[in-house]
Design a protein around this ligand. Structure first.
Ligand SMILES: Cc1cc2nc3c(=O)[nH]c(=O)nc-3n(C[C@H](O)[C@H](O)[C@H](O)COP(=O)(O)O)c2cc1C
Length: 205
């Protein structure tokens, strides 16, 4: 399978970075074709210029490449910390520029944009790993778990990816090395569950 892994965290020593490493190495073990983007490392420019807004806009090569990869992905894995109930701005900008009309969604003929868009992504599943320092009950009860609504409803469901799994690891700041090891084991288990190794065709004797 073609799998796209996107990491948005500025520090190589972060737990997010460890989640990305665990995800990519497990997916490689399962013989998938992985495209990995560390958005900070690549200095992704998150600013959507007005010229890129129209559906038929001509795109800078690096944005066109991201769009092609998104369209071709059989699975999408997103990894980022909870920053104010939102993704880091670099990842928000990646969504703005890459989840484009004609790539991730489109409006039916005659719909000027007031209707319900049609999702265009062919990915079979989207996985989102988040980290935070808020207990999950408080995140839900006090803040309404905005990252769940954002990724599940506003983005992947709208763009046609209905198999969705999200896990928020919390609380990072007080976690022990043992807890983190266990969380990384869970990451690998999720990767194996959603993206197992393809069965080999049986050889005729
Ligand atoms: C700008 C910023 C905003 C943050 N906002 C929140 C927040 O709204 N809720 C929360 O639980 N933690 C928040 N945090 C804490 C991060 O979620 C936490 O440091 C991160 O998940 C730890 O993972 P890491 O070791 O990979 O950095 C924030 C941190 C930063 C730097």
């Amino acid at each position: 399978m073609n799998l796209s892994v996107i990491l948005a965290h500025p520090s190589k020593t972060s737990f997010n970075n460890a989640i990305a490493e665990a995800s990519v190495s497990e997916l490689r073990k399962n013989d998938h074709d992985i495209i990995f983007h560390d958005l900070y490392d690549e200095k992704f420019d998150p600013i959507l210029p007005k010229e890129e807004i129209p559906k038929d806009a001509s795109l800078p090569p690096e944005i066109g490449k991201h769009c092609k990869e998104l369209s071709a992905a059989d699975g999408i894995i997103i990894i980022h910390p909870n920053w104010w109930g939102q993704p880091p701005a670099i990842l928000k900008g990646w969504i703005d520029r890459v989840f484009r009309p004609g790539v991730a969604y489109e409006f039916s003929e005659g719909d000027k944009g007031e209707g319900v868009p049609v999702g265009l992504l062919k990915a079979k599943a989207a996985i989102v790993f988040n980290t935070s320092n808020t207990p999950s009950e408080r995140e839900l009860e006090v803040f309404g778990d905005p990252l769940e609504a954002l990724w599940k409803n506003c983005i992947f469901d709208l763009c046609g990816v209905t198999s969705f799994y999200r896990r928020m690891f919390s609380m990072i700041v007080t976690s022990t090395p043992e807890q983190r090891m266990e969380w990384l084991r869970e990451v690998r288990e999720v990767m194996n569950r959603y993206f197992p190794r393809a069965e080999q065709p049986r050889m005729n004797q």
